[in-house]
Ligand binder design. Structure first.
Ligand code: UDP
Ligand code: MG
Length: 317
């Protein structure tokens, strides 16, 4: 027998969950027809939802014991939810997918086949279109992927979703990475392993609304860059070198001018501009250092990545 765990992070998903549950149960039944000894477990992570997501999940568990859940004491974010999922699954394989059906459950057999039969450690999905997304958001997303791939060793695929199946070896590797500032897309790329990529067209969410504002996405992007690249830190060095070179030329220029024309009091405004520019660059570089310092500070506290308030394992004996 082999057990496939389905991990579903849920934040205020009361409307979408019933759709999702029906769809995943249907796919599970189909997969059981193809692979007879395959069993399922559905692990819902309630990420401190403020609506009745938890009672919906508890309702599902009452009629279906394959449903398990972990409920957080507050909203810790999707990254924490994914981590909680991976650390609590019992399966030989685990798949992470969104509750809103933007990760089409119908792709699951294909993902499973890649790992169970084709010998991959992992199979992941990427959407090839961003249909239905605001154009500005798509633009910034594209810029972000280009930037982060230039800057870091983790190769992060544009349009990659967190819809991914992986084997035990990979689950254990990820659970072993206990960093507090998590950027899962980067972690997947960083750890390596053989991954099969499966492409699909963007699907709009079935119910409820997106939890990601532009600002939240922007902070998430910064998180990714800071977590996987130290290039911004060395920027200060390059700025510094550049400015020194310019000022050296400036000094030569002034000396020559003095020798040729004498030294009238002029250049007050250019002086102010230069001071402002240099001060700005210095503050910027200090800010960059501060960003890394704050991450290191939070990391050094070794706080838990999530806090569970209630889990379904409590009623298991
Ligand atoms: N999610 C979560 N915690 C959060 C935000 C989102 O667990 O703080 C879950 C959410 O319930 C959904 C998935 O992460 O299952 C993706 O969120 P969403 O659909 O809002 O993001 P989008 O698809 O718009 O990028
Ligand atoms: Mg979504």
């Amino acid at each position: 027998m082999s057990l496939l765990s389905v991990i579903v992070p849920c934040y205020n998903e009361q409307e979408a969950l019933p759709f999702f549950y029906d769809a995943i149960v249907k796919v599970s039944a189909e997969m059981k027809n193809t692979w007879g000894d395959l069993e399922f477990e559905y692990l819902f992570i309630d990420d401190g939802s403020k609506d009745s997501t938890l009672s919906v999940i508890e309702g599902l568990r009452e009629k279906d014991k394959r449903v398990r859940y972990v409920s957080f004491s507050r909203n810790f974010g999707k990254e924490a939810a994914l981590y909680a999922g991976l650390s609590n699954v019992k399966g030989d394989l685990a798949v992470t997918m969104d509750a809103d059906m933007q990760d089409p459950p119908a792709l699951l057999p294909e993902l499973y086949r890649a790992v169970a039969e084709e010998g991959y450690d992992s199979a992941a999905t990427r959407r090839v279109t961003r249909k239905g997304e605001p154009p500005l958001r798509s633009f910034f997303a594209r810029m972000f992927y280009r930037l982060i791939n230039k800057m870091s060793a983790a190769d992060i695929v544009d349009g990659a979703r967190d819809y991914r199946i992986m084997n035990r070896r990979m689950i254990d590797t990820i659970v072993g990475m206990k960093e507090y500032n998590r950027f899962t897309k980067g972690i997947y790329g960083w750890i390596g392993f053989d991954t099969k990529w499966i492409e699909f067209e963007n699907v709009e969410r079935v119910a409820g609304e997106t939890k990601w504002s532009f600002w939240k996405l922007f902070k998430y992007a910064l998180e990714g860059i800071i977590g996987f690249s130290t290039i911004p830190l060395s920027m200060a060095t390059w700025f510094g070198l550049f400015m020194s070179a310019i000022s050296f030329i400036g000094i030569l220029f002034i000396i020559v001018k003095k020798l040729v024309y004498g030294d009238p009091t002029s250049g007050w405004s250019s002086m102010v501009c230069i001071i402002l520019l240099v001060a700005g660059i210095q503050l910027f570089c200090m800010g960059v250092i501060g960003q890394y310092l704050s991450k290191a500070y939070l990391e050094s506290k070794h706080r838990p990545i999530y806090i569970a308030k209630k889990t379904s394992d409590e009623d298991e004996t």
